[in-house]
Design a binder for this molecule. Structure first.
Ligand SMILES: C[S@@+](CC[C@H](N)C(=O)[O-])C[C@H]1O[C@@H](n2cnc3c(N)ncnc32)[C@H](O)[C@@H]1O
Ligand code: SF4
Length: 457
């Protein structure tokens, strides 16, 4: 339980308490601001911890930012001392640590001192440093630059860990035709909404679950945009839906990069998580992708149900042995959308951290560099998701989305468009309905909203 005398700090402090798991001790927090001093007192386990930080604020916004920062740090420090446990990202609870690092650099300061103060581990500080280095030449803030996202919320079956809003096509198949009609209109409405288009990304769900003719409709709608963009990814997805004909279609429409996602190379795990494919299918799908000359990304997840460290490590080794251009290592994240709620491994912090440490070491040794990373709430072991790339093969779309430096023209049910107002330092979001029939019904309003938000370029 957490109590505080300052209501606006409560959600932020709750995020810190949550880092220490379900059995975190009760915390009573008090905040006081006097003569530019941020005074935080934290009562944990009958002990009182006092913290005082001096900082003169230029305005209310800055005051709130620093109040949150220092209060989180105080609660984290008190819990760390009380429990004897440190977290890999210390008191940082935000989704985008790299954005924080860029903000420090833009303010003319190295980012490391702030991260050290927040208790971020040296390994994670080094990770952020490497990500920033890999983004050199990609990271650029440019008014009117955009990426186009197209969402296909259909899957061959629902994997039991999956936290995305997507459904088994056997239950939603009746909507595919009308969904594609609405999607075609929304995609067409993006014409003229950008000055420069950097990439096109068709994600999901599982785009290749569509039939050839349905997939052809999406690719045809995206074709004028793909002609403007330098990078074109299709999150083809599960190896069980790959066919030569569909890959040929992607090739014909100029797709440059596809995702072939193993999640794990262990057959017992694949069965347990409801993937409905084997490791042999992964090899087969990868071979097909290579035959067509696509750049390939593999998604892996650390912390899947019942997986041992050894099994995860073997997946990392097998992925590296195949040598795709990108390997993305996710940490299992439990959200409402996933069937697995009470996952035992979720609580096994040390084991997950060991898996992530192994992936970092092996990928670095094998010539991969980390090029984007992000965190989510409720991540196993308080770890992160990291995209690794061979030099020169980083996916521009992933960098743009994670760093929020370009407009995201997002189309489809549950897609979240983002307009970046660079000069004002703010972001406006436009979320589409999650539910497919509602998306279809409201398509005219969605398009009008999109043109109003992005119309000014
Ligand atoms: C939108 S999904 C689409 C991928 C594609 N349908 C597939 O399954 O191969 C993108 C990725 O998110 C990751 N993912 C989904 N649910 C997750 C969870 N609960 N925790 C961690 N990663 C997750 C998986 O690695 C997945 O490949
Ligand atoms: S992991 Fe992929 S295939 Fe499985 S349910 Fe999620 S989006 Fe669909």
């Amino acid at each position: 339980m957490l109590t505080t005398n300052t209501e606006f700090l409560h959600p932020e402090l709750m995020d810190v308490v949550r880092l220490f798991g379900e059995n975190a001790p009760d915390v009573a927090h008090t905040f006081l601001y006097a003569e530019n001093n941020f005074i935080n007192t934290v009562l944990v386990g009958g002990r009182e911890y006092d913290f005082c930080e001096a900082h003169a604020c230029a305005n209310e916004l800055e005051f709130k930012r620093y109040a949150k920062r220092f209060a989180k740090l105080a609660v984290y420090e008190a819990l760390r001392k009380e429990t004897g446990r440190s977290m890999p990202w210390g008191a940082l609870t935000g989704i985008r640590p790299t954005k924080l690092a860029y903000a420090e650099l833009e303010a003319g300061r190295p980012f490391e001192p702030m991260f050290e103060k927040f208790g971020v581990s040296p390994e994670n500080i080094a990770l952020v440093r490497s990500v920033l280095q890999s983004q050199e030449g990609i990271y650029s803030k440019e008014e009117g630059a955009a990426d186009l996202y197209i969402g296909i919320p259909f899957c061959p079956s629902k994997c039991n860990y999956c936290s995305f809003i997507t459904a088994d096509i056997s239950k939603t198949g009746q909507y595919v035709g009308d969904y594609l009609t609405a999607l075609e209109q929304e995609i067409a409405s993006c014409r003229g909404l950008y000055r420069r288009l950097k990439s096109v990304y068709i994600g999901g769900g599982t785009p290749l679950v569509l039939s050839e003719s349905e997939l052809g409709r999406v690719l045809e709608a995206a074709a004028p945009f793909a002609a403007d963009a330098g990078e074109y990814t299709v999150e083809a997805g599960r190896p069980d839906v790959f066919t030569d004909e569909k890959l040929q279609l992607l090739k014909d429409y100029g797709v440059t990069r596809i995702c072939v996602n193993p999640q794990s190379f262990c057959d017992a795990t694949l069965e347990r998580i409801g993937r409905r494919h084997t490791s042999a299918d992964i090899y087969r799908a990868y071979e097909m992708a290579q035959k067509f000359g696509f750049d390939v990304n593999f998604d892996l997840i650390a912390g899947l149900t019942g997986e041992t460290c050894e099994e995860f490590e073997e997946s990392v080794d097998r992925a590296i042995a195949l040598s795709p251009e990108n390997i993305t290592v996710h940490t299992l994240c439990l959200k409402k959308g996933a069937q697995l709620k009470e996952e035992e491994s979720f609580l096994n912090v040390e084991r997950i951290q060991e898996m992530i440490a192994y992936s970092r070491e092996r990928l670095s040794q094998s010539g991969y560099v980390p090029y984007y990373m992000y965190r989510q709430k409720y991540m196993a072991g308080n770890c992160e998701n990291t995209g690794w790339t061979k030099p020169g093969k980083a996916c521009v779309y992933n960098v743009d989305v994670m760093e929020e430096i370009t407009d995201n023209l997002a189309c489809g049910a549950n897609a979240v468009g983002k307009k970046i107002f660079l000069h004002e330092g703010r972001i406006e979001r436009q979320g589409a309905p999650k539910d497919i029939p509602t998306y279809i019904k409201k398509i005219d309003g969605i398009i009008a909203g999109k043109r109003a938000l992005f119309g000014g370029k």
